[in-house]
Design a binder for this molecule. Structure first.
Ligand SMILES: CC(C)(COP(=O)(O)OP(=O)(O)OC[C@H]1O[C@@H](n2cnc3c(N)ncnc32)[C@H](O)[C@@H]1OP(=O)(O)O)[C@@H](O)C(=O)NCCC(=O)NCCS
Length: 209
């Protein structure tokens, strides 16, 4: 399928979602890759990862860029040559990118039962109280996505999800909330939004102005 969803978050920030239904060869035929990307693609162990990587390049085309406009820093964070901000996520059937002027991070996660079991390792489980099983899975997945998204904005070694990133209480009906990063003797506030696409949670975090 072509582009699954395009959402204008605000005047300057656009989210693009690709549902990956194409075979590897169909995507590979369309996409021109620079040499480093081609080497990376050919070294990927799973075809699912390769298709996710190529689908990101399909989204770049939708956003008016090509693989040649994208580069990565030493930590693996993606950047665009024109200085616009970009964040990337892919998971199984979907790839997403968001392009804009302000610093942001996005994360797409499939909803799985296991997240509730591991929740005490990364979040305040009081935030799961009084929820049914399905709601617990959704909320824990969103919190995980919030922490990944904030990590993607900060891109600094040593950030621990349970020890440094704290979500304020929020409800699944809010479709957003506030979180703090307490790291290196500073406290920074982030706002986040979330939505559900099929059986995935899509989270986006922004620096709070
Ligand atoms: C890097 C990391 C954020 C990627 O997240 P993920 O859920 O595994 O994978 P996603 O598909 O959502 O994101 C992958 C994309 O993130 C981007 N990315 C990778 N490293 C990044 C970084 N340091 N900063 C920002 N973005 C980064 C890349 O664009 C990558 O895709 P691409 O290489 O194909 O372009 C994650 O692996 C990580 O290191 N998290 C922090 C570690 C941690 O603290 N874990 C849990 C402790 S309880």
């Amino acid at each position: 399928m072509p582009l699954y969803k395009k959402i204008n978050r605000d005047k300057n920030t656009i989210l693009f979602v690709w549902k990956i239904e194409e075979e590897f060869d169909d995507l590979f035929k369309i996409i021109s890759l620079k040499e480093t990307s081609l080497i990376r693609l050919l070294n990927m162990k799973s075809e699912s990862h390769q298709r996710g990587f190529l689908a990101v390049r399909m989204l770049l085309l939708e956003a008016g860029y090509t693989d040649f406009d994208l580069y990565y820093d030493e930590f693996g964070k993606p950047h665009l040559v024109d200085g616009k901000q970009i964040s990337i996520s892919h998971s199984h059937d979907f790839s997403v990118i968001q392009v804009g002027d302000c610093k942001m991070g996005i994360d797409l996660e499939i909803l799985k039962n296991k997240i509730v079991t591991i929740a005490p390792r990364f979040m305040d489980v009081m935030h799961l109280k009084n929820l049914n099983k399905e709601e617990k899975i959704k909320k824990a997945t969103v919190v995980w996505g919030v922490k990944e998204s904030i990590f993607k904005i900060k891109n600094e070694k040593g950030i621990s999800f349970p020890n440094h990133i704290f979500e304020n209480q929020f409800s699944l009906n809010d479709f957003g909330g506030i979180a703090q990063l307490k790291f290196n003797n500073t406290i920074e506030e982030y706002c986040f939004t979330f939505e559900f696409i099929e059986n995935y949670a899509l989270v986006c975090a922004f620096e709070k102005k």
